[in-house]
Design a protein around this ligand. Structure first.
Ligand code: G1P
Length: 299
């Protein structure tokens, strides 16, 4: 097995109910952080890591993600005619020329593991990445999280899963891993459980939405009974794989924003606005004036 990853899977079939009413018509992956939709951050991270085939697992109602990555012919013509080259570059750059997007449909919402299984015909049996766009990972001046992971996978010829430490009372929101040893930033995973209670969690090392997995995972996903919440869980398939394939847990460099929650999306927006080359000054002033205005009113 050689862990060279070229294909990335983006499960984007979820309903995004935490963001209703916005997500009544706009998929949560299309919600913006400053001026780019969430999905664009995950796509850029995958491309930086060397992926050239992006597989989006959508449902039959979600056309916005496919439309976003499609060529906007009329808009491009209009911008070209009026000489708006910077804007033209912005919409052309959503996907570089060497990258192709493939769309597969998840016909029933049977869970994350099932969504990944839907990508099997495109992935085949080669190693691949899974990125959950809700988890926005920002590494200001360094390599993206997935790039760090592909390098580790190639060095060790092993799968890699991104993890971070969470408070024990939060284990019920995550897949939790137990490792044999943790030397520096990585350790081989011995056990993995989906959303255990704080009392039952084998550790407080939580999985965040980046995985590098061998193609063999599909054999396990295919046979899996429903797990936590009655859903086919990716965590359960990985747990079944651990005896026969090494998978490393990796504490990535960077900050993760949980953009599946409203406060996470707000945090990411604040952080990116404060770091934005055109907006940073104005964003700082807006935040200071909002804080002093509310501070006066609340005290
Ligand atoms: C999924 C996974 C979970 C992981 C989490 C990371 O859960 O099932 O193991 O820790 O993503 O964001 P979800 O948040 O989709 O319920």
């Amino acid at each position: 097995m050689s862990f060279r990853v070229r294909k990335a899977v983006f499960p984007v079939a979820g309903q995004g109910t935490r963001f209703l009413p916005a997500t009544k018509t706009v998929p949560k992956e299309m919600l913006p952080v400053v001026d780019r939709p969430l999905i664009q951050y995950a796509v850029d991270e995958a491309i930086e890591a060397g992926c050239d085939t992006l597989v989006f697992v959508t449902n039959r109602y979600k056309h916005a993600v496919a439309d976003y990555f499609d060529k906007a012919y009329e808009l491009e013509q209009a911008l070209e005619k009026s000489g708006k080259t910077e804007m033209l570059a912005l919409i052309r750059d959503v996907l570089p020329k060497h990258v192709r997007a493939v769309f597969v449909t998840q016909s029933e919402p049977l869970g994350l593991g099932h969504a990944v299984l839907c990508a099997r015909p495109v992935i085949g049996d080669e190693p691949f990445a899974v990125l959950l766009p809700d988890d926005l990972i920002w590494n200001r001046h360094g390599k993206g999280a997935l790039r760090q992971m592909t390098e580790l996978a190639a060095e060790n010829d092993a799968g890699v899963i991104a993890v971070q430490d969470v408070p024990r009372e939060k284990t019920g929101s995550y897949g939790i891993v137990a490792t044999d040893s943790f030397d520096g930033r990585a350790g081989r995973i011995r056990a993995m459980v989906e959303k255990p209670s704080p009392e039952q969690a084998p550790s407080t090392l939580a999985v965040v939405g980046r995985y590098l997995l061998p193609g063999r995972i599909f054999e396990f996903l295919d046979k899996l009974p429903p797990g936590k919440g009655g859903e086919i869980q990716l965590t359960d398939a990985i747990a079944a794989l651990l005896d026969s394939s090494p998978i490393l847990a990796y504490r990535f460099q960077g900050t993760r924003f949980d953009c599946g929650s409203r406060i996470g999306l707000v945090e990411a927006t604040i952080r990116f606005a404060l770091d934005h080359e055109d907006l940073n000054q104005a964003a700082r002033m807006a935040m200071e004036s909002a804080l002093s205005e509310l501070g006066v009113r609340d005290s």
